[in-house]
Design a protein around this ligand. Structure first.
Ligand SMILES: O=C([O-])C(=O)C[C@H](O)[C@@H](O)C(=O)[O-]
Ligand SMILES: [Mg+2]
Length: 426
């Protein structure tokens, strides 16, 4: 190995990008025509680089820039020091905005959210320096392929004022089954998740039943993002006995989810009521959930996600992964992490099929989703390379599109002024 002394961070570039996103409906509104991300490119004095990807909301970008200022000169192998410096950079920060989830999850740890992309980029650089994949740095791959689920969304056939997209409309069980057929044909998914919280629960339960008829034996999940009350969670959970693999976030609080969990036959998963290390004690004590859907973007990157995996195992919690609209760097990071995490118990979520294949910031070919899984890249680091032209193109798109925050609710209200946020809604 080369002297680690020379692997200090010489420079960090943070580039906001925008990529096309279809009109996917959820409990807080609808996806805007572009999804925002921030791309972190870290350069070492020794001439290596590392990649990270995170939210592109403006408050988050400002924090990334500030943290980057603190990190210059730090050795990429000193992950603890990187975490400490990120915390230092956030002193006095009141934590307003920059959550990156359109208001859906606002209680994640500020420090972990900002740290994440730097931790990923440092690990990528370490791997490139050492000639080892990140999965090896995380303890070694325990699987060669990582399973993902097909992530189904209710959607319009187009953004208002735009041409229809190739996916078409999905606003009822038939539309959802049609979408699922395309997803399965194209990517071979062996598990399917429906994003709910859009229509009354009985309609969403009917969509799940329709999927069960067409794909018997396929594990199914339903996620209303916490907009149901306890009685609805119990009713739908009981109705879908033998049909759902797990129910995800029927309610928002640990207390309400615990009440649902006690009364339904299937396990309960969350990426809303357990979103930081601080949430774990209460959820464990209340027996609120069975499965943590981890997300390295808000659990502090890959090192701290590995710590979460250890805690989950200790307390008998199952583990899988949540996703938001993302590009190839995040996908590669998820794949490397899942490869090195023994207790990934279910096929992970990904928004990958919703991204246009010709829009990314990495060179094509490293991540192929086939048979419902991605082969873990064995090339050094995350196993991907930056595509500078793709980065420049998506940055220009960011400048041109005018969006600066993810705002599913504001967009929905411009289209349907009567749209109301309410939790619980049903
Ligand atoms: O599992 C989840 O809660 C998600 O995937 C959250 C996302 O924000 C999803 O609702 C979306 O993309 O609209
Ligand atoms: Mg969820």
């Amino acid at each position: 190995m080369t002297q680690s002394q020379s692997h200090r961070i010489a420079d960090i570039q943070i580039t906001p990008v925008a990529f096309a996103d279809p009109p996917l409906l959820n409990s807080v509104g609808v996806h805007e025509p572009y999804a925002l991300r921030a791309i972190v490119v870290l350069h070492t004095e020794s001439g290596h680089y590392g990649l990270g990807e995170t939210y592109g909301d403006s408050a988050h970008l400002a924090r990334l820039e500030r943290a980057a200022g603190f990190l210059r000169g730090t050795d990429v192998f000193k992950l603890n020091q990187i975490a400490e410096l990120v915390e230092d950079s956030l002193r006095g920060d009141q934590g307003q905005g920059g959550h990156g989830t359109g208001g859906m999850v606002t209680t994640t740890s500020l420090a972990d959210r900002v740290l994440s992309a730097f931790n990923v980029a440092a690990l990528d650089a370490q791997g490139k320096i050492l000639g080892l994949p990140v999965s090896t740095l995380l303890g070694g791959a325990v699987r060669e392929r990582v399973d993902f689920s097909g992530y189904l969304f209710y959607k319009w056939d187009r953004h208002p004022g735009h041409e229809p997209d190739a996916w078409g409309e999905a606003l009822d069980p038939e539309g959802i089954v049609r979408q699922a057929r395309t997803m399965v044909e194209r990517y071979g998914f062996k598990a399917l998740k429906l994003k709910g919280g859009v229509f009354p629960p009985e309609q969403e339960a009917a969509a799940i039943e329709a999927l069960h008829q067409v794909f018997p034996g396929t594990p199914l999940r339903l996620d209303p993002n916490g907009v149901w009350n306890v009685a609805t969670g119990i009713e739908v959970g009981r109705r879908l006995d033998g049909v759902l693999e797990y129910l995800e976030d029927p309610c928002l609080s640990a207390e309400d989810n615990a009440a649902v969990r006690r009364a339904i036959p299937m396990p309960l998963a969350t990426n809303m009521c357990v979103v930081s290390f601080n949430d774990l004690p209460e959820a464990i004590e209340r027996k609120a959930i069975d499965i943590v859907l981890s997300d390295h973007h808000f659990w502090g990157g890959l090192s701290r996600s590995a710590l979460l995996a250890g805690i989950a195992r200790t307390f008998g919690l199952k583990l899988s992964m949540h996703s938001n609209s993302h590009l190839g760097i995040s996908f590669a990071a998820m794949v490397q992490l899942a490869a090195a995490t023994e207790n990934i118990d279910y096929a992970c979520d990904t928004h990958w099929p919703w991204k246009r294949p010709d829009e990314d910031v990495i060179l094509p070919g490293a991540l192929e989703l086939a048979g419902g899984a991605v082969a873990v890249p064995e090339a050094p680091g995350l196993g991907i390379e930056l595509d500078p032209e793709g980065l420049a193109r998506l940055h220009q798109q960011y400048l041109d599109c005018g969006l600066r925050e993810r705002d599913d609710t504001g967009y929905m209200r411009r289209i349907d002024p009567s749209f109301e946020l309410a939790s619980p809604r049903w």
